[in-house]
Ligand binder design. Structure first.
Ligand SMILES: C[S@@+](CC[C@H](N)C(=O)[O-])C[C@H]1O[C@@H](n2cnc3c(N)ncnc32)[C@H](O)[C@@H]1O
Length: 279
């Protein structure tokens, strides 16, 4: 290890675990400062220019305040593409990729009308529009900040998604369009789970994207499923990312609402993380 990476790791270990500090140090040196990976692995001493030194100090300061590395870099990777992210928008999570993969697999070569509810950075809507070029994708979010970033991402990734500002919890939403697919990764963390959360999420990511009241964990699922009775075409499907503690509750709720072929699906780590159902 050279003295630069060792200094970065030592600084970061005041805030992060040794493993996290190691991974962050490599990312900072190679991906953010553009230093040669071989020089770092072989322990070559590296002299930074004044401007790179300044850039490094700024990155370290932000990381010490628990700012997520994706916000510092300004983008996050999702389903093979880079999505712009900033504090007003949730950082796309790897778990959500599995939801996209499932929908793509089940609609390959089809031209579905898709509605993504709570689109955030647009990661689900845009990934579906890219992978299913014949799809007609609409995406809603309540947050103007999120929609601005999502629109930027769709332009940069050259897909046509119709973004609309919409509060899904409002009564009386009507639509002239009906959909083959409704997908949503809505807010699903209970307020009571806050205490167990990491500072980089709690202090930086938008509350509106994360939390539901403790007394109503299914708030968004119930509302979206209810809307689905109207907005889905006769054979339409609904796909949710869920809080792993509520797989059975979401399934039972969908059953009571007369959805069919309901499946609770485990993610890569074996946790119940997705639910799909047919109208
Ligand atoms: C968990 S984030 C998911 C973002 C993105 N789809 C993803 O998977 O990374 C939930 C999103 O729902 C949006 N949201 C919260 N309340 C909403 C509401 N009442 N109506 C519409 N969107 C809402 C938030 O702004 C946020 O972008």
């Amino acid at each position: 290890m050279n003295s630069l990476t060792s200094r970065i790791r030592q600084t970061l270990q005041k805030t992060y675990s040794p493993e996290e500090a190691k991974a962050l140090a490599m990312m900072i040196c190679c991906d953010m400062l553009g230093l040669n990976a071989l020089d770092i692995y072989t322990g070559k001493d590296i002299i930074l220019s004044a401007s790179t030194h300044c850039e490094l100090e700024n990155i370290l300061l932000r990381l010490q305040k628990h700012e997520p590395i994706q916000y510092i870099r300004g983008f996050a990777e999702f389903y093979g593409n880079s999505f712009r992210v900033a504090p007003g928008v949730l950082i796309p999570r790897p778990e959500t990729v599995e939801l996209v993969e499932m929908i793509v697999k089940e609609h390959t070569a089809m031209a579905p009308a898709v509605l993504d509810i709570g689109t955030g950075s647009g990661c689900i809507a845009i990934s579906l529009a890219k992978a299913l070029p014949k799809a007609k994708v609409t995406a809603w979010d309540i947050s103007e900040e999120a929609l601005t970033i999502a629109r930027y991402n769709s332009e940069k990734l050259e897909v046509n998604v119709r973004f609309e500002k919409q509060d899904v919890l409002l009564e009386g939403i009507s639509s002239e369009v009906q959909y083959d697919v409704i997908v949503s990764n809505p807010p699903y963390i209970l307020e009571g789970e806050k205490l167990a959360m990491e500072a980089n999420v709690l202090e930086w990511e938008p509350e509106q994207a994360l939390f539901v009241p403790d007394n109503d964990p299914l708030l968004f699922y119930r509302r979206i499923a209810d809307l689905g009775r109207e907005l889905l075409l006769p054979n339409g499907k609904i796909y949710f990312e869920i809080n792993q503690a509520y797989g059975n509750e979401v399934r039972d709720m969908l059953r009571e609402m007369h959805y069919k072929e309901i499946e609770v699906i485990n993610d890569f780590f074996g946790n119940p993380r997705m639910v799909k159902a047919n109208k």
